[in-house]
Design a protein around this ligand. Structure first.
Ligand code: CA2
Length: 149
């Protein structure tokens, strides 16, 4: 059974409480449970983490190398600023699918650049929480392709 990590970054613990027009009404706990259920239906073990701290996110990514087959990452605003996160993604040599609730390309200019994208397998954005389920499907397909020989 493949084990995957879903890592959410800064401020995503506030989901459901503010800016529902941009980020929806669902809380992070609800979103995480949907991801766990979706993963279980596919035969995946899904572990969810969230941190508001860049260093903690780096540690979680480093640790992921020996624990998980792949990662789904919403790095929040660090997406647009963190070369350290990009370097960590390159270093762990795991497939990482980048997710954003909002369509970052349709928003302010400063959200258009993603350092995460340079190291990620691909990016899904603009589909709200559904994007996480799409990312699980994409990662599952990718992992099964790897093991199919
Ligand atoms: O669209 C996304 O998922 C983002 O990663 C969310 C980040 C933002 O900085 C990125 O540009 C795009 C912000 C997360 C803030 O989440 C909140 C949720 C509810 C209330 C306030 C903030």
């Amino acid at each position: 059974m493949h084990k995957i990590l879903i890592l959410n970054g800064p401020n995503l613990n506030l989901l459901g409480s503010r800016q529902p027009d941009v980020y929806g009404h669902e809380t992070l706990a609800m979103l995480e449970q949907r991801c766990i259920d979706h993963g279980t239906a596919l035969g995946l073990s899904v572990v969810c983490e969230q941190s508001n701290h860049e260093g903690v996110m780096l540690d979680l990514l480093h640790g992921a190398r020996s624990l998980y087959a792949g990662v789904i990452l919403n790095a929040g605003a660090y997406t647009h600023t963190s070369i350290a996160l990009m370097d960590a993604i390159f270093s762990i040599e795991l497939p990482v699918v980048e997710v954003h609730l909002s369509n970052i390309h349709a928003r302010e200019e400063f959200r258009h650049r993603s350092y995460v994208s340079r190291a990620a397998l691909g990016q899904i954005c603009g589909f709200g929480s559904q994007g996480y389920l799409m990312a699980i499907d994409a990662l599952d397909t990718h992992l099964n392709k790897d093991t199919a020989g």
